[in-house]
Design a protein around this ligand. Structure first.
Ligand code: URA
Length: 485
């Protein structure tokens, strides 16, 4: 379907929607080229239904006068403002650009200043929508739908929706707003009419869900708790049981800040900066933050695996551990005990650690996936490998564990752990024996999973592989000692 173009009647332009940038651009270009001055145009928005989502826009026509990219960016944001003068103000600037290519350069100019303010308010409103939307779960015939109600100040719903589609790709969700509603079915965004608060289900927000993106938009480098709370207007607080979240966010903010620093230091070849930053004291509320995280993880419903196992098996160990081990997922015994690596693979792991001179009680041990996935065969529960979606869904917990503990060395035991840490599939043979750099500047070492060693039938090979595993662990211990000096 092609986008409906703007209706130009003499010099009255009727746009299809309050945020119809394409319509405004087409009309503005035609009018500017025809020499119609700003004062002669009346801009309005149709009262009828406007379906802009999922519509294909015609290719923008080439303008006979060039328009700087900065203008397009400014216009795309400012057009979403609720100020009725925005179309005319933008046209006034375009009119200037027609004869003065550098008209955008003077940010002290009152017109530019005003438009920039509108654009900034729009960006802020989008940020608030990303941060403060709260979904509630609704059972429908087709399955679960997550529904939220939100009242933006400006016409930002379309502009803000891509974020939710990217973040919640695998969920069916709807965001209802007074102006329009948007719906995601896993593949496409569609629009519906506006709604009132009562149209959305009430009850508890889906905590794990909103926490995911609330914390993902949280910018650690700008962490000011007072300001953060002030930024959250009271009307949004109504829907938010946030208080328990603030603590882990603050604690994990440091980890994220480190990631940012590491990224830019690496870019500029300042590797030493990374270590200097990493040695800064951990936050004092570390234990409370970890406990808050554990509490949340116990109620995790981020993927369907919570319906399989007995309980969430979270990581354990000192929070100042210098080595963090990551396994695949809890097995039958771990699921019952609620602790990682306590079954047969755990015993082999303990023996190998001992031979390598590593004290397990000084390390943090966790898994890439926190629930036991299995198929029932008679009375036996047979381990079943987690798939990519399950690993990705559970990565959130592992990242938070790592952000709190900030281990200089993280060890992936097997391919599932490596995939979770590195973000892509790796071949153990290719990456074994040398560290890989993680985003926060720390090292990731990859070795085999202890269960692999349990499954080797031939005695000779089994012994050889166990020795290789111990050798890997020895190298990891030596590296850890070196990093500590
Ligand atoms: N295998 C794992 O990967 N983790 C455990 O905790 C137990 C077995």
């Amino acid at each position: 379907m092609l986008r409906k173009g703007p209706m130009i009647d003499a010099h009255r332009v009727t746009l299809a929607a309050p945020d119809d940038f394409d319509g405004w651009r087409d009309a503005a270009r035609d009018l500017a080229e025809a020499g119609v001055p700003p004062g002669a145009i009346l801009w309005q928005v149709t009262g009828g239904d406007a379906e802009l989502f999922g519509s294909e826009s015609e290719q923008p026509r080439a303008a006979s006068f060039p328009v700087p990219r900065a203008f397009v960016e400014l216009a795309k944001s400012a057009i979403c403002h609720s100020n009725p003068e925005r179309f005319a103000l933008l046209y006034a600037l375009l009119w200037r650009l027609r004869t003065d290519r550098h008209a955008m350069g003077d940010s002290a100019d009152p017109l530019i200043h005003r438009l920039e303010r509108l654009a900034k308010e729009v960006r802020r409103d989008i940020h608030k929508m990303h941060a403060f939307v709260r979904f509630r779960e609704l059972d429908e015939e087709e399955g679960t739908r997550f529904v939220a109600f939100f009242e933006p100040e400006h016409h930002i719903v379309r502009a803000a929706s891509g974020f939710f589609a990217r973040r919640f790709t695998n969920m069916r969700w709807s965001i209802l707003t007074p102006e329009l509603s948007i719906h995601w079915d896993g593949e496409t965004l569609t629009e519906g009419p506006g709604a009132v608060r009562a149209d959305a289900p009430s009850g508890d927000p889906v905590e794990a869900t909103w926490r995911t993106y609330y914390s993902s938009i949280f910018n650690p480098a700008r962490l000011k708790v007072g300001a953060m709370l002030k930024e959250m207007p009271k009307k949004y607080w109504r829907n938010m049981p946030e208080t328990s979240l603030v603590q882990p966010l603050i604690a994990t903010a440091r980890g994220r800040e480190l990631e940012m620093i590491a990224r830019s230091a690496r870019k500029e070849g300042l590797e030493n900066e990374i270590e200097a930053e990493r040695s800064v004291e951990p936050p004092s509320n570390l234990r409370a933050a970890w406990e808050a995280l554990l509490k949340e993880a116990r109620g995790c419903t981020r993927c369907h695996l919570y319906t399989c196992g007995t309980q969430t098996v979270f990581g354990e160990g000192p929070l100042d551990a210098k080595i963090l081990f990551v396994g695949e997922q809890p097995g039958d015994q771990e699921d019952l005990a609620g602790r990682p690596f306590v079954g047969p693979a755990g015993q082999l792991f303990d023996e190998a650690l001992q031979k390598a001179g590593i004290d397990r009680s000084q390390t943090y041990v966790t898994n890439a996936v926190k629930h036991f996935k299995f198929v029932q065969r008679g009375k036996r529960r047979i381990h079943s490998k987690p798939d990519a979606g399950e690993i990705d869904a559970c990565r959130w917990w592992l990242e938070h564990e790592r952000e709190l503990i900030r281990p200089p060395l993280t060890v992936a035991l097997g391919v599932t752990a490596a995939r979770s840490l590195i973000g892509k599939a790796v071949t153990i043979g290719k990456v074994r024996g040398a560290p890989l750099a993680l985003a926060d500047g720390s090292e990731c070492w990859v070795t085999v999973h202890p269960s692999f060693l349990l499954r080797i039938p031939e005695e000779d090979r089994r012994q050889a592989e166990r020795k290789r595993f111990v050798d890997d662990l020895k190298r990891i211990r030596e590296r850890s000692e070196k990093l500590a000096t």
